[in-house]
Ligand binder design. Sequence first.
Ligand code: PMT
Length: 412
Amino acid sequence: MLFFLLPKTMHTSFVGKRIIVGVTGSIAAFKVAGWVSTLAQEEAEVDVVMTESAKRFVTSLTFSSLSGRRVLTNMFSAEEEGTISHIGLSREADCIIVAPATAQTIARLTYGFADDLLTTTILAADIPVLICPAMNVKMYEHPATQKNIEIVKTLGYKVIEPECGNMACGDYGKGRLPDWHQVSEYLLKELSDGDLKGQNVLVTAGPTRERYDPARFISNRSSGKMGFAIARAAFRRGAEVTLVTGPTSLDWPAGVRVIPVVSAQQMYDAVMSEFSNSSVIIKAAAVSDFKSAEHHLEKIKKDDATLTIKLVPNPDILQALGARCDPKKQLLVGFAAESSDLEKQGRKKLEKKNLALIAVNNIASAQSGFEVDSNQLVLIDHNGVTELPHTSKIKAADMLWDYIVKNKLLKT
Ligand code: PMT
């Protein structure tokens, strides 16, 4: 029997969240204008607080146009007075992000200065504070800055490491503001209710490649999108996440430990060395069932009209896990790519591979399964069948986690 679970999840979204963006005086301030625009489009309420030196790089008009709200710059301005105070500002917000955070601002936060609206707001806040340092590499690596960063971490502020790269001043090194797709994951983590906190999650994703000569391999259409979405959603909800992935063109998800592999045997080895530390294991990878019996050292010539490759089976990683996992301490979840009889085929794999739960996707539909950005999952466990709605892969991943949490399938 099929029944429907309504898409209620709000776990990993900015909708309705109130975020203070503190902008300080660095050339990277222009990048944050794009972040504010994205947050506003994703229906967050963004209050931008600028320091005096930030206004030298980007005008407050830029931020107010993008956020659709007034920008706060001055603790004592007659215009701003009475409408909002530093106390009220942080009391009404869900999170503060300081980006870019200069060496000067980090030093002031280290010692609890309260000499402008931004530092005062942070000092008065009991909400999560994220700090994104951005500065010249020598300033970033200076022992004073490094010491200050260690101190602000002990104060409970989360520091997102800057990236390495070319800098506006011509230097090369660490100190660049990371891209929004990285930072947004940390911000969503701070905004989530952390219902996967304490879980060690192992996810597999993508295809495997089975080489048969130096130029060619057998593989499948998996893009890795579904498995990456499951890993991202778990990180946002507070889990420690390890992702074992076959070759994909996707950016590695922020905050997730990634183990790249190529062949099914390599995926097997990686999973076998990791699974005993995991409380949840989700196998969304499309593992090649077969590999060539021979690996030709030379490229096979196309002299003959036909080519016969003898295939031999790869290890079934999920089945091996089903035999080794401790169902009292570990939750084992499989995926199944099916084109017909979804429920029957899914249930068969659930039993055969000794799983607690299997997510079946209909790969006969153009909008589900391989490569596309959306999916429709049918969840089968020992209590019944639940059909999730067709949705984006990141929402489908969140719904899978919702199902696991609501049905108390977690073991720790
Ligand atoms: O990567 P995307 O483009 O986003 O596509 C997503 C997906 C379609 C790949 C994903 O949603 C999915 O269905 N993954 C499982 C695909 C698959 O291999 O199904 P299967 O029915 O052949 O295998 C069943 C389960 O056994 C899977 O959990 C698979 O990881 C596992 N398996 C299979 C063979 C094998 N040798 N070892 C395994 O562990």
